[in-house]
Design a protein around this ligand. Structure first.
Ligand SMILES: Nc1ncnc2c1ncn2[C@@H]1O[C@H](COP(=O)(O)OP(=O)(O)OP(=O)(O)O)[C@@H](O)[C@H]1O
Ligand SMILES: [Mg+2]
Length: 432
């Protein structure tokens, strides 16, 4: 039986510089069914088999249980995190087992190193944000992610966690919308058995406890009530939690990343968000730009999603027609990347060929389709249909020219018409 613990680790052994064991974590004792005292004073070398070329990952064995450790040097001690255990390993196969699992861990680590590169987009604004996020990841400071809905705030939070030194510990996401006042404490702090009627039998750890040594992601933080904000503030300040009905408090070692699609500063001014909490969160403010502020990323993202859904749905889509592309570029994507992803997914469920066409898709919020709305809304209701069509056409051409930076061939391709036809229409509508 092998147990791979993805999020956190199976516990930690602390030693001094000579390898003498000075402490073991509670989760270590729980996993290996040992009491702490039997470990203290022993030497880590009794448990370590061989050290791989990459000195950070080390194979070892505790009783009949084979383990992979990761060693982290700290100023006063060394920490050996147990990354993986496999029970009842056959000693003769131990070398093979190490080789196999070592490769798996290497892959996992390389994946985490590339966490930032999973955030698609090469626009200058996004690249700047990614660079900043990578820098912030190395520190332990609180991060406030702001940006419209669907811009990728959670994706950024995960990438920051994966690129941080906490990546071998849990990333725990809390959606603040889903936590009513009455449940705040039991969700965040946890509770002991019998803390209140209806409490689970063995008690329950809170989110803060679950995120120990890892990252706590507080999504939609603006949705917490003033009262709950105060309770959260207290944990962040005192860095300890006590379960409801508990008798002792636990030191909290977590990194906090909060996200909001509202302007917290305005909420503070309106008296809806605690100023002290705001300043506690506002250490690094990382603003994720909306998709319409980085249209250069639109097609890259679209083709990434096409590739993804080709795989998922067994399709063979290769291209987006120029006409659809120009419609997509003209649209303002109020739901940002999430909307784009759903848009591509819908289209790909319908299409059968290798082209994704405008007939396969629909823009979900017609009211936000600038090509249509701008004109129709401002138009006189007694306008004739041909007049409406012409004004929409004129606006679409102007927009395509603007997006193409005045390059007429590009604009024609985007609009799905011939260059000569574009010239004709430009003369007709007196566009230069
Ligand atoms: N730059 C990007 N590259 C690839 N996928 C992205 C990118 N940005 C967002 N996505 C995808 O878009 C979807 C929405 O992203 P995410 O959930 O992170 O947004 P959010 O800002 O947290 O939204 P909300 O405020 O609504 O919670 C996810 O499926 C995510 O993987
Ligand atoms: Mg989110």
């Amino acid at each position: 039986m092998s147990v791979i613990h993805e999020g956190g680790t199976l516990g930690a052994v602390y030693t001094d510089a000579k390898g003498k064991i000075i402490d073991v974590s509670q989760s270590f004792c729980d996993h290996f069914l040992e009491n702490k005292e039997s470990w203290l004073g022993g030497f880590i070398h009794q448990f370590i088999h061989e050290q791989e070329a990459d000195r950070e990952i080390i194979a070892g064995q505790i009783g009949d249980v084979a383990c992979l450790f990761r060693m982290v040097e700290q100023s006063e001690c060394r920490v050996y995190y147990v990354l993986l255990r496999i029970d009842e390993v056959d000693r003769r196969n131990f070398k093979d087992w190490v080789a196999r699992n070592y490769a798996a861990f290497r892959a996992k680590r390389e994946k985490s190193a590339s966490a930032m590169s999973e955030i698609i987009g090469r626009s200058e604004v996004l690249v700047n944000v990614k660079e900043l996020a990578a820098k912030i990841a190395t520190s332990d400071s609180t991060v406030l992610l702001s940006g419209e809905s669907g811009t990728g705030k959670e994706l950024f939070a995960q990438a920051i966690h994966e690129s941080s030194s906490r990546s071998n510990h849990p990333f725990v996401a809390v959606n603040c919308v889903a936590i009513p006042d009455e449940l705040f404490e039991s969700e965040i702090f946890g509770y002991e058995a019998g803390a209140f009627s209806g409490a689970k039998k063995g008690g329950k750890p809170g989110k803060v406890e679950l995120a120990q040594h890892g990252t706590l992601f507080l999504d939609e933080i603006s949705e917490l009530s003033y009262l709950s904000q105060g309770k959260l503030m207290r944990v962040l300040q005192e860095r300890e939690v006590e379960r409801l009905g508990g008798t002792h408090s636990v030191n909290v070692d977590i990194r906090v990343i909060a996200a909001t699609n509202k302007n917290l500063q305005q909420l503070v001014q309106a008296g809806k968000f605690r100023e002290d909490l705001f300043y506690r969160l506002y250490v690094f403010d990382l603003h994720i730009p909306s998709l319409r502020e980085r249209k250069e990323d639109l097609m890259t993202l679209a083709y990434t999603f096409i590739e993804h859904f080709n795989h998922m749905l067994g399709r063979d889509v290769e291209n987006i027609t120029p006409k659809l592309e120009s419609q997509m570029l003209a649209y303002d994507w109020p739901g940002n990347v999430r909307e784009l992803r759903a848009f591509i997914e819908r289209g790909m469920n319908i299409t059968e060929g290798s082209w994704l066409e405008h007939e396969h898709v629909s823009f979900s919020t017609v009211a936000n389709h600038p090509t249509a709305v701008g004109v129709v809304e401002s138009s006189n209701t007694h306008q004739r249909l041909d007049e409406i069509v012409q004004s929409v056409e004129k606006e679409a051409i102007q927009r395509a020219l603007k997006i193409a930076g005045g390059d007429r061939s590009k604009a024609a391709i985007q609009l799905g018409i011939h260059l000569s036809s574009l010239y004709r229409k430009m003369t007709k509508y007196k566009i230069d």
